[in-house]
Design a protein around this ligand. Structure first.
Ligand code: NDP
Length: 447
């Protein structure tokens, strides 16, 4: 699909001029604008109100210095970010990413996508995202703690349980949320639900750890069922070996699939007998080591350097769960050639625009990230509800709600795609469904 609508082309051009050298942000905006073409053509109010011009401009961008001292007593400096993109339907909500590749363009793309994702969950959450170019690889626990404390020493003044509620993302898990929360509590002298993904003894929600991976499988299960298929006896390739990948592997296996591959940024493992998740959890969650260690548990499995090769493994279903643009045109073609009929995204913006073209050209089922991976933020929303009422729900209760939310998200994407004459295009369905609620709220609120 191409962007041909003159009005929307003008918006895209302005976004690129005003935000130079932020290619991921341009890409995320363009994908949404393409989907909105039939919407603005049907209802002129979305042009007359200028709501799309307003939507592509973040409400607030915060950039700050994060100084910290390493184990050798040497000062280090990183850059911190929080982009508070849109608060039309609730407080800003979205994760923090710590990775050397982080710069403003990545945080803006993630924050922009988060607006629509949060809208799809049906919960009252606006869109935001943050993080730092800090690289936690090889850092000691003490260094991670000092970094998190310094990061929060600036961030705390911009967030709050009714203002902005950050969570985890790449390299920000339970440990980091703990240090961030502890510092917030110390500075403000309040114990509130200002972050989600907290420990279970201090305000966290059961199922939050599993939520994005499980939710991805629930969404995919609904998409498969609507097309006469299921996970049962299917071969699945999953990229990454972090939070999302691990729990996607767990749920896909529980639903009857065989997951045969996982990766990290160094390389991928292929185990034709099916991944031994217990070994992976030990390596990744307990020892924090590289995925290559899997061979110590299963010498019969294969390890290959580099990640791209993972998409050449024959499979029925691919679940990218590592990072943005991890499937390019060539990888998408390899998947299609080997008989893969479904790609559903755990990582944000997993596929390049050219890869998405390949999915559609080959009639593959495509579950876009902002719908398929919304389970994490949905359970974060449920964590906020539990914090507000000072209660904790059971695992089954939260998991049940997550299942219902993912089904509603799929049904909503499906219905909106049909309504606008694009049946089966869940990407367009997700963008349109997410957009309408936020845009109508912005128009109502006059900002
Ligand atoms: P983790 O940090 O737990 O895991 C990330 C995994 O991806 C690691 O295995 C990492 O390998 C790998 N990875 C990261 N960058 C690259 C790269 N450039 N090339 C290859 N592999 C890479 O993060 P999460 O599992 O939380 O997040 C994964 C994706 O899911 C991200 O896109 C995130 O935005 C998205 N997401 C996460 C949610 C959550 O609740 N956690 C919610 C919604 C979306 P290595 O260790 O070598 O870096």
């Amino acid at each position: 699909m191409k962007l041909t609508n003159e009005y929307l082309l003008g918006i895209q051009k302005k976004v690129e001029e005003k935000n130079p050298a932020e290619s991921e942000f341009h890409q995320a905006v363009k994908e949404v604008l393409i989907s909105l073409q039939p919407v603005v053509e049907k209802d002129p109010k979305y042009i007359e109100s200028g709501v799309i011009e307003r939507l592509v401009e973040p409400e607030r961008v915060i950039m700050f210095r994060v100084p910290w001292v390493d184990d050798n007593g040497k000062w280090q400096v990183n850059r911190g970010f929080r982009v508070q993109f849109n608060s039309a339907i609730g407080p800003y909500k979205g994760g923090l990413r710590f990775h050397p590749s982080v710069y403003l363009g990545i945080i803006k793309f993630l924050g922009f996508e988060q607006i629509f994702k949060n809208s799809l969950t049906t919960l009252p959450m606006g869109g935001g995202k943050g993080g730092s170019d800090f690289d936690p690889k090889g850092k000691s626990d003490g260094e991670i703690m000092r970094f998190c404390q310094s990061f929060m020493t600036e961030l705390y003044r911009h967030i709050g349980p009714d203002t902005d509620v950050p969570a985890g993302d790449i390299n920000v898990g339970g440990r980091e949320i703990g240090y961030l929360f502890g510092q917030y509590k110390r500075i403000t002298n309040t114990f509130t639900g200002v972050l989600t993904g907290k420990g279970l003894q201090w305000g966290g929600s059961l199922t939050r750890t599993e939520a994005t991976g499980y939710g991805l499988c629930y969404f995919t299960e609904n998409m498969l069922a609507a097309n006469g298929k299921s996970f049962k006896d299917q071969t699945v390739v999953i990229s990454g070996s972090g939070n999302v990948a691990i729990y996607a592997t767990e749920k896909a296996t529980e639903l009857g699939a065989k997951v045969v591959a996982l990766c990290d940024s160094n390389g991928y493992i292929y185990d034709k007998n099916g991944i031994d998740l217990k070994a992976v959890k030990q390596i990744k969650e307990v020892e924090r080591k590289r995925i290559k260690e899997y061979l110590n548990y299963h010498p019969e499995a294969e390890y290959h350097d580099g990640c791209k090769g993972i998409w050449t493994i024959p499979c029925d279903i691919a679940l990218p769960c590592a990072t943005q643009n991890e499937i390019d045109e060539q990888s998408a073609q390899a998947l299609a050639k080997n008989g893969c009929y479904c790609v559903s995204e755990g990582s944000n913006m997993s596929s390049t625009p050219a890869a998405i073209e390949v999915y559609f050209a080959n009639n593959m089922l495509y579950g876009p990230a902002k719908a398929a991976n919304a389970g994490g933020v949905a359970v974060s929303g449920l964590e906020m509800s539990q914090n507000s009422e000072r209660l904790s729900w059971t695992f089954e209760e939260v998991d049940g709600k997550l299942k219902d939310i993912m089904k509603d998200i799929f049904d909503n994407c499906d219905a909106r795609a049909k309504e606008y004459g694009m049946e089966g295009n869940y990407m367009a369905g997700a963008n349109i469904a997410g957009f309408i609620k936020v845009a109508d709220s912005m128009i109502a609120q006059g900002n």
